[in-house]
Ligand binder design. Structure first.
Ligand code: COA
Length: 278
């Protein structure tokens, strides 16, 4: 079984500051990394370069102690990500098709197992690989114009980046099969009703709302955040009993942190806690 410790590295500050990407924009403010997929003319479709750069960016962010949370979004007013790049898919055979799926899945695991909260700010179409990318994030909020869907069967293909696996875990089997078999695009209120997103906000407020939410999250104890994400993800893959043990282990482990001491002391002293992630 994957261990929580695989999410914990000894990070160094400012590791990714010198990195540049062809398909991504990456900036940090107040400990939050803003990562934007930047292919608006192709509705931010995930070609192989985008997948590879997203993976590199995830690893760089993970290693950078100065970053405590990530906001992932798409460039332009129309799309978060309109799917895997259909041009790439049109050229693939059995071996490279399978390899492409596995490679994309590893990139998504890199975000899911970042050890820091990742929020998808879905600003338009989140179709196929776009919906799958959003689902690998820990929290999803979207703008009123967002559209979600897994339209792969329209193309005679199956999802490759987790659509058949994360979608039923998030919205339940019935809603997942509805989306996967109908290929329907659902609007933001329907996505909210299904539990695919947690909030819908006006388009011009999406990034500000995402930042506001992430600022409240990154002010909390980083070790507690990492352990909570890990307990939820690992707990979902096991029995209730085993999940409870994972939770108890985390509860015990935080007792060894100076963050716990600081959090409890700050409450008793009626002041804001200052967590160091230790
Ligand atoms: N892969 C590659 N290119 C894509 C793409 C994708 N998944 N989705 C959109 N694009 C490209 C279009 O080909 C077009 O490029 P062009 O201007 O060079 O012709 C550009 O992005 C704009 O898209 P367009 O289709 O003109 O916009 P629209 O507003 O008419 O339609 C969508 C928007 C999202 C409904 C439509 O683009 C679409 O259905 N995309 C594919 C969605 C999909 O099946 N995703 C799953 C893939 S597995």
């Amino acid at each position: 079984m994957r261990s929580f410790y695989s999410n914990i590295r000894i990070p160094q500050a400012g590791l990714f500051s010198g990195m540049s990407y062809q398909t991504l924009l990456l900036e940090t403010r107040d400990g939050i990394a803003f990562l934007t997929i930047n292919r608006p003319d192709k509705l931010n479709a995930l070609n192989d370069l985008v997948v590879s750069e997203l993976h590199q960016a995830a690893l760089a962010i993970k290693a950078d102690a100065s970053v405590r949370g990530v906001i992932l979004t798409g460039s332009g007013p129309k799309a978060f990500v309109a799917g895997a790049d259909i041009g790439d898919l049109a050229k693939q055979g059995v071996i490279d098709g399978r390899a492409r799926a596995l490679n994309g899945q590893q990139m998504l695991f890199a975000f899911e197992r970042l050890g820091k909260p990742v929020l998808a700010a879905v600003n338009g179409f989140a179709l196929g690989g776009g919906c799958e990318l959003a689902m690998a994030c820990h929290i999803r909020i979207c703008s009123e114009n967002a559209r979600f869907g897994q339209p792969e069967v329209n193309l005679g293909i199956t999802p490759g980046y987790g659509g058949t696996q994360r979608l039923p875990r998030i919205v339940g089997k019935g809603n997942a099969l509805y989306l996967l078999l109908s290929a329907e695009h659902v609007n933001a209120p329907d996505a909210l009703r299904m539990g695919l997103v947690s909030r819908v906000v006006p388009q011009d407020q999406l990034l500000a709302e995402a930042e506001k939410l992430m600022k409240t999250i990154v002010a909390k104890g980083p070790v507690a955040l990492a352990l909570t994400i890990d307990a939820v993800d690992r707990g979902l893959e096991t029995s209730l009993e085993e999940g409870m043990r994972i939770e108890a282990d985390a509860f015990g482990l935080v007792a060894s942190t100076s963050d716990m001491k600081e959090g409890l002391t700050a409450f008793l002293e009626k002041r804001a806690a200052k967590f160091e992630g230790k």
